[in-house]
Design a protein around this ligand. Structure first.
Ligand SMILES: NC(=O)c1ccc[n+]([C@@H]2O[C@H](COP(=O)([O-])OP(=O)(O)OC[C@H]3O[C@@H](n4cnc5c(N)ncnc54)[C@H](O)[C@@H]3O)[C@@H](O)[C@H]2O)c1
Length: 328
């Protein structure tokens, strides 16, 4: 048993990685406060959450500085998984709002830890979007310390978050781990530029056509694996004053190969899925040598297992009518 009882705060808990984080923490029996600006918990229902009634939900807009600090204090938070954010298309459509949520929101979380004046394990979402196009890196492979060259507002905001973490470590001794996933897929992933992998699986299950907005290679991380990495990173950060930034592993696959896998697992979907040829602008492969040293064994579900489980999950959700309230 831990000497200190853990109490996690998850921001952006109504989102894809957030809903999975809440589910994994409750499965472990950990005390957790789920917070989000949105009170729409449809992703909790989609994950067939066995403990939906046990979720302590607290509305929280991370741009509200004093509210973030109040919640960290009032609930005696020991660990934070900070996931609240606006994804690439939303930042492109409204850069000032993107900066408020993704940059100021992140500063607010770090400052709430500073104000609490006790050790809190903090993991926050950076992104592979801090890197530039694959052609900028030798062999297209990007390591933990490769130079950042973002080409979107979103990527620039994530670079700022990593800098914020470094300065709070230098000035205040606050330890943190920023994780850089590339493309997360699985139940609950329904928005953002790279959600096409999951949307294609859902369309195939529903017998509908779907066209990827990009082609080329991707690095896909199964959503529960990603949530697990955030949880274990928050635990690892609790014992340190350093600001680490680490890539998240996944499975490399071309869009054409992914479509072939979906059609293999779901033969009735043959011919429904297509793609644009223009490759997604991103590094070809994130190498993640340090994450396992820092958090221990890192889950990296095979594509066949992850896509298969996602198909099964969507089949059940469609049969149970749970997907009816999802956005397109
Ligand atoms: N999904 C991926 O492939 C991926 C890859 C790299 C990084 N990330 C990062 O991981 C984090 C979580 O991603 P996700 O896929 O779960 O995203 P998501 O879009 O599913 O969820 C984000 C959540 O943040 C909430 N939010 C937005 N503005 C807020 C605010 N002002 N205050 C509080 N909550 C707010 C939204 O309501 C939403 O529930 C994000 O920061 C994202 O940038 C995701």
């Amino acid at each position: 048993m831990n000497e200190e009882k853990e109490r996690f705060l998850v921001t952006g808990a109504a989102g894809c990685i957030g809903a999975w984080s809440i589910r994994l923490l409750l499965d472990e029996g950990v005390d957790v406060i789920a917070s989000d600006v949105s009170e729409d918990l449809r992703r909790f229902r989609l994950l067939s959450h066995p403990h939906t009634d046990e979720v302590s939900f607290v509305p929280l807009d991370v741009t509200a500085t004093t509210e973030v600090a109040r919640i960290v204090q009032e609930f005696d938070i020991t660990h934070i998984v900070h996931l609240a954010g606006l994804q690439v298309p939303f930042c492109a459509a409204n850069p000032p709002l993107g900066a408020m949520v993704n940059v100021v929101g992140n500063v607010n979380v770090f400052d709430a830890v500073r104000a609490a004046d006790r050790r809190i394990g903090l993991a926050y979402a950076s992104s592979a979007a801090v890197f530039g196009a694959s052609s900028a890196y030798s062999g297209g492979v990007v390591g933990d310390v490769s130079p950042v060259m973002p080409d979107t507002h979103y990527g620039v905001y994530k670079v700022a978050n990593e800098g914020t973490a470094r300065v709070y470590s230098l000035n205040n001794g606050i330890g943190s781990i920023g994780l850089r996933p590339f493309i997360v897929y699985g139940p609950g992933r329904d928005q953002g530029m790279t959600s096409d992998a999951t949307k294609a699986i859902l369309a195939a299950v529903q017998g509908e056509p779907f066209k990827f907005k990009f082609g080329g290679n991707m690095l896909l991380t199964y959503a529960p694996d990603c949530a697990r990495a955030f949880i274990e990173s928050a635990r690892a950060a609790a014992g340190s004053g350093d600001a680490l930034v680490l890539n998240v592993p996944g499975r490399r696959v071309g869009v054409a190969q992914l479509v072939a896998l979906i059609e293999k697992l779901l033969p009735e979907a043959a011919g429904l899925l297509s793609w644009e040829t223009k490759p997604i602008s991103a590094p070809a492969l994130l190498s993640s040598p340090a994450l396992g040293d820092v958090i221990g064994p890192v889950a990296n579900t095979s594509l066949e297992d992850g896509v298969g489980a996602t198909i099964e999950h969507f089949r059940r959700a469609v049969a149970d009518g749970v997907l009816s309230s999802s956005p397109s």
